[in-house]
Design a protein around this ligand. Structure first.
Ligand code: HEM
Length: 309
């Protein structure tokens, strides 16, 4: 009873401080419906979000597996944001959050079989043509994870990286970002429709985020830690694990998925986004590495060749 009185006192104080009548709120509470699982989790909304373009049953696997990926991307971005905007994050906080982020990415990297073994190639080959020119290439959250994870120089196409100018306008930097390499029609050398639509929708948001995260991305925050914390073996291992999971394990799992669906029976199919995907997607060519300072010269040299598993 004493606890109840205490809670009621607190409620009174809260609403009086807001200039509100606490009695009205208590009256409202008396009539409020109890919350249910299905309302809180929005189950009906969630289950209404699958809108296949054909009647081919495995298209549902394709849609839902992508949606699962996007939900995990959102969880990852939330953790990156917590590290970015935390006042003076210490190494414990940093290591714990990287652990969370890595676990989400571990799930993504190890779960591709859900789609690969759960979706018949013959069915995929039928419904994929209804999706052109859409591609996972247009996943904005995937790009935002990269922008939040590292210095923007690490996302510049390897051919231009040595001449990177950190003071250049964002529009110039984004013109040299690695993913541009997948967005050009090989014949006309014009931007593909896949890339044009993607930029129209998201480029401004990417540039704003890149500016906000210039000094707040995970690498910037790591290098702002005291020198001895940057040597901490658990933290360094967590940073390396994350880098490897995103840029090797996930990339290779994705590459193997593309191989299964686009490159069997002796023929290589064009991707829905139209890239020269065999070269574009393999880590040995792009060498996307978030934290090169945490890898040895030998490890960097063998990136995507010797550290493939
Ligand atoms: C049958 C399954 C899949 C195939 C065949 C496939 C194929 C491809 C190809 C060929 C590209 C290169 C761009 C293009 O030309 O379209 C690409 C990019 C991409 N896909 Fe997939 N993909 C599959 C599943 C997924 C899934 C489940 C996700 C999860 C969200 C995903 C996310 C991405 C991302 C983020 C990119 C951009 C990667 C980069 O730029 O390096 N893909 N995909």
């Amino acid at each position: 009873m004493e606890t109840t009185n205490h809670i009621i006192d607190e409620i009174y104080r809260k609403y009086e401080a807001l200039g509100q009548d606490p009695e009205v709120y208590l009256e409202g509470l008396k009539h409020a419906k109890p919350i249910t699982y299905w309302d809180y989790i929005e189950v009906d909304t969630l289950l209404s979000l699958q809108k296949p373009r054909t009647d081919i049953p495995d298209e549902n696997v394709f849609i839902m597996y992508h949606q699962i990926n996007e939900l995990l991307f959102k969880m990852i971005l939330s953790e990156i944001g917590q590290v970015a905007f935390r006042e003076n994050p210490d190494k414990r906080f940093f290591t714990d959050r990287l652990g969370r982020i890595s676990r989400y990415f571990d799930v993504l990297a190890s779960s591709f079989t859900i789609m690969m073994d759960g979706m018949e190639k013959a069915q995929y080959m039928k419904f994929r043509n209804t999706l052109t020119p859409a591609s996972g290439f247009q996943s904005a959250q995937y790009r935002m994870i990269e922008i939040g994870s590292t210095d923007f120089k690490r996302l510049i196409d390897a051919r231009y990286r040595d001449n990177y100018d950190p003071g250049a306008p964002w529009a110039d930097k984004f013109a040299k970002v690695y993913w541009q390499a997948a967005g050009y029609d090989p014949v006309s050398r014009q931007k593909s429709l896949t890339l044009r639509l993607f930029e129209e929708r998201y480029l401004k948001a990417f540039m704003d985020m890149a500016e906000t995260y210039r000094e707040k991305n995970l690498w910037a925050r790591f290098t702002a830690l005291p020198a001895e914390d940057q040597q901490d073996s658990d933290l360094v291992a967590a940073m390396r694990h994350y880098d490897h999971t995103v840029n090797i394990r996930w990339v290779m799992a994705h590459y193997h998925a593309a191989e299964k669906y686009l490159d069997s029976d002796g023929e290589t199919e064009a991707a829905t986004g139209g890239s020269d995907w065999k070269k574009y997607m393999h880590p040995r060519y792009q060498k996307r590495i978030f934290y090169p300072d945490l890898w040895s010269a030998e490890e960097l040299e063998g990136w995507g060749i010797s550290n493939i598993d």
